[in-house]
Ligand binder design. Structure first.
Ligand code: PMP
Length: 428
């Protein structure tokens, strides 16, 4: 596979864009080599500037649940564009998507749309602090909630890939209000709450972690968080930016039957356009401006093109009763195929999967939290990544990321992927 044009474009980009990219993990810094410059994508495939075709397991980091250039989304955006691209005034469309989202997700009365997952999580904790009148929050090591200051403390995803989980520029004052807990360790959470009695506004958690690879919640972990929050007047915030509208129509709240107090969305909810959202019950959401004192706003929030894309996406998910099952079956098939291919070649590994999220860790112990995720063999991962890329399979360029399975993948694509793993495994 040749990447001449991507290479040249990367060089040019570095002159005018820091590191040549508008989001760090795209730079391939963790795995080395030239980032692939995308030209177009359709269904399960992404095509680069050199004319290479890849089976895509990143899928824009999650949004493309139904494949790239999904026709209903494309049509909705084209039609909306003709009527104007932004008004800064309310539109009927915003109510329509809000009604649909509220009908799909359990335990929420109202939702507000923003422009990214970062904004959703940032706004959710401001709301939680305003509502509870307390300052501190608990987050989990290895969880990523976007790049707002409070969350760049032992964050996952790109923040850990580049070895800077605590970013310069985040003040001590901000950092002291973020308490760090260990994922899947409820006793650790209880101890933190005990040590900070009456000061904690909320616990924010990826109810299925996806930013240190994919780590499902241990039995009883989410229930434990719910109980601790109830006992201490703290809000439970589910960051469902990855999991929302992906693991179930109603996200992990529906999947695991646990109610969160505030839920954050991103990725799938925008159908590939820049959208995030946060939602809760009336008594909490009514604290937001203009009804209440907690301020939150956005010039392009509820943008008509973004809302049209999101609405088309959510409608497609809601009406397709077999979707979640198909996604699960495809991912399970891939899981089995990769396990066999790696085992046959004696490659030490551990695979985590839930629904259509899966990650391959080159480690011989179960990956249940950040510490165990960090034990994976990074050299093996790099070889695996480049091996797969050379065979036309595009996975995330970091061991701390999840593969996002799209319904556009055929079993032939999956077989091609498994065959590639088998070939690459011989060289590991
Ligand atoms: N929360 C989670 C769980 C995420 O995975 C991400 C992004 N990967 C974010 C928040 C931030 O979303 P965005 O990149 O849209 O700001």
């Amino acid at each position: 596979m040749l990447y001449q044009r991507s290479s040249a474009l990367f060089k040019e980009a570095q002159n005018v864009i820091p590191g040549g990219v508008n989001s760090p993990v795209r730079a391939f810094k963790a795995v080395g080599g030239t980032p692939i410059f995308a030209k177009s994508a359709k269904g399960a495939y992404v095509y680069d500037e050199d004319g290479n075709r890849f089976i895509d397991y990143i899928n824009s980091w999650g949004p493309m649940l139904l494949g790239h250039a999904f026709q209903p989304v494309v049509d909705a955006v084209i039609e909306k564009t003709k009527e104007g691209t932004s008004f800064g005034m309310p539109t009927a469309l915003e109510t329509e998507i809000a009604e649909l989202a509220v009908s799909m997700v359990p335990n929420i009365d109202k939702i507000r749309f923003v422009n990214s997952g970062t904004e959703a999580c940032m706004s959710a904790i401001r709301l939680a602090r305003g509502y509870t009148k307390k300052d501190k929050i608990i987050k989990f090591a290895g969880c990523y909630h976007g790049h707002s200051d409070s969350f760049l403390i032992a964050a996952g995803s790109g923040a850990v890939t580049f070895g800077t989980p605590n970013s310069p520029g985040v003040t001590q004052g901000t950092a002291k209000d973020t308490l760090l807990a260990t994922y899947n360790d409820i006793e650790n959470v209880k101890a933190l709450v005990e040590a900070n009695k009456g000061e904690i506004a909320a616990i924010i958690v990826e109810p299925v972690a996806g930013n240190m690879g994919c780590i499902p919640p241990a039995e009883g972990f989410l229930e434990g968080l719910r109980t601790v929050c109830d006992a201490n007047d703290m809000l439970l915030i589910f960051d469902e930016v990855m999991t929302g509208f992906r693991l179930a129509n109603g996200g992990v709240q529906e999947l695991k039957g646990i109610n969160a107090d505030i839920v954050c969305f991103g990725k799938v909810v925008g159908g590939g356009l820049p959208v995030g959202a946060f939602a809760s019950r009336n008594e909490i959401m009514n604290h937001l401006a203009p009804l209440g004192p907690v301020y939150q706003a956005g010039t392009l929030s509820g943008n008509p093109l973004a809302m049209a894309a999101g609405l088309a996406m959510l409608k497609a998910i809601k009406t397709d009763k077999g979707l979640m099952n198909r996604l699960e079956e495809k991912t399970k098939y891939l899981h089995k195929g990769i396990t066999e291919a790696l085992s046959k070649n004696n490659v030490t590994h551990s695979i985590n999967r839930i629904g259509s999220m899966i990650s391959v860790h080159f480690s011989d112990e179960p990956v249940v939290d950040f510490e165990s995720a960090a034990k994976g063999n990074n050299e093996t991962f790099k070889k695996f990544f480049h091996g797969m890329l050379s065979k036309g399979i595009y996975i995330a360029p970091s061991a701390f990321e999840t593969w996002f399975i799209t319904d556009a993948l055929t079993y032939q694509d999956l077989n091609e992927t498994i065959a590639a793993v088998e070939e690459v495994a011989k060289e590991l």
